[in-house]
Design a protein around this ligand. Structure first.
Ligand code: LIP
Length: 277
């Protein structure tokens, strides 16, 4: 039996706002870390936010499988799953930078026209991204226009690289830095500006809203991009992704339609993974 996607969207919005409220209340609080590496930080608040989201989602959907940055729960064989990044932009948040968000996606088994299923056959059918600091709520349901605070959004129609604002993400290890820095060098001389903001989900919805013209990253995890990918597609953009060998990990290019091919040709060889000669 297919889910009532409007109801699922409403429940996901409630969950995102609950987690967003915790983020807003704790931006300047002392941060308690659960792990710290050279290029990444994880917080106790990440876990608390995911538990808050899970409680709201499983109250309505007890049969759900939850695949989250802070762990998985439920039956992995379920016909649908919630894909959650409770705080996307955790390093920004840790440093008191109010550029972070909550990302929640509903994914259903099977494929419907218009979206490419992920490697394991799921596709995103409902998406919510909430920035509690700017009070900006992006939403999308498969087959419906994407919206920002309830108002329909569209990707930009800029078609000249020299006018383009392109965001690049650096993931959490030296291999990805080695792969992404040449991309930055290739683009920096041709576009108007490069932006590295530290929150993939926000970069994706900035593309959907016409603020950015493209967003590229390698070795990015499913919970960072699942909701943003549907929102970009539902705003008329292109969300290209390719699974890597690591579970739930992708290389992606999200962009408007006019610049997609130009950006793709400069970011990677579509026939090869980054870093392969
Ligand atoms: C972050 C992503 C960012 C990526 C970082 C990190 P987190 O997610 O949004 O684009 O470059 O390495 O993965 O860890 O803050 O949820």
């Amino acid at each position: 039996m297919s889910l009532d996607r409007q109801k699922a969207l409403n429940v996901a919005v409630d969950a995102a706002k609950a987690a967003g409220g915790l983020m807003k209340a704790n931006l300047f609080a002392e941060k308690k870390t659960t792990s710290t590496t050279q290029y990444d930080i994880k917080l106790e608040l990440d876990v608390e936010c995911q538990r808050t989201i899970e409680t709201i989602l499983t109250r309505e959907y007890p049969e759900s499988f939850i695949l989250g940055e802070e762990g998985d729960t439920g039956d992995e064989g379920a016909s649908h799953r919630w894909v959650i990044d409770p705080i996307d932009g955790t390093v920004n948040f840790t440093y008191g930078i109010p550029h972070a968000c909550v990302s929640i996606a509903l994914q259903e088994k099977g494929s419907e026209a218009g979206t490419e299923a992920y490697r394991d056959g799921y596709q995103t059918t409902v998406a919510v991204i909430y920035d509690p600091f700017c009070e900006e709520l992006w939403t999308a349901t498969l087959g419906e226009p994407a919206a920002l605070n309830g108002i329909p959004i569209q990707v930009s129609n800029r078609d000249r690289l020299e006018e383009a604002l392109v965001s690049v993400g650096f993931s959490k290890n030296e291999q990805t830095l080695d792969q992404m820095l040449p991309v930055v060098n290739a683009l920096a001389y041709e576009v108007r500006k490069i932006r590295t903001m530290g929150a993939a989900a926000l970069a994706m919805v900035y593309v959907a809203s016409g603020r950015f013209d493209g967003y590229v990253e390698n070795n990015i995890r499913l919970w960072d991009i699942a909701a943003g990918g549907l929102i970009v597609e539902s705003a008329g953009g292109v969300f290209w992704r390719r699974a890597t060998e690591d579970p739930h990990t992708f290389q992606i290019l999200a962009s408007n339609r006019a610049l997609h091919e130009k950006l793709a040709s400069r970011c990677f060889n579509p026939d090869k993974m980054w870093g392969q000669e």
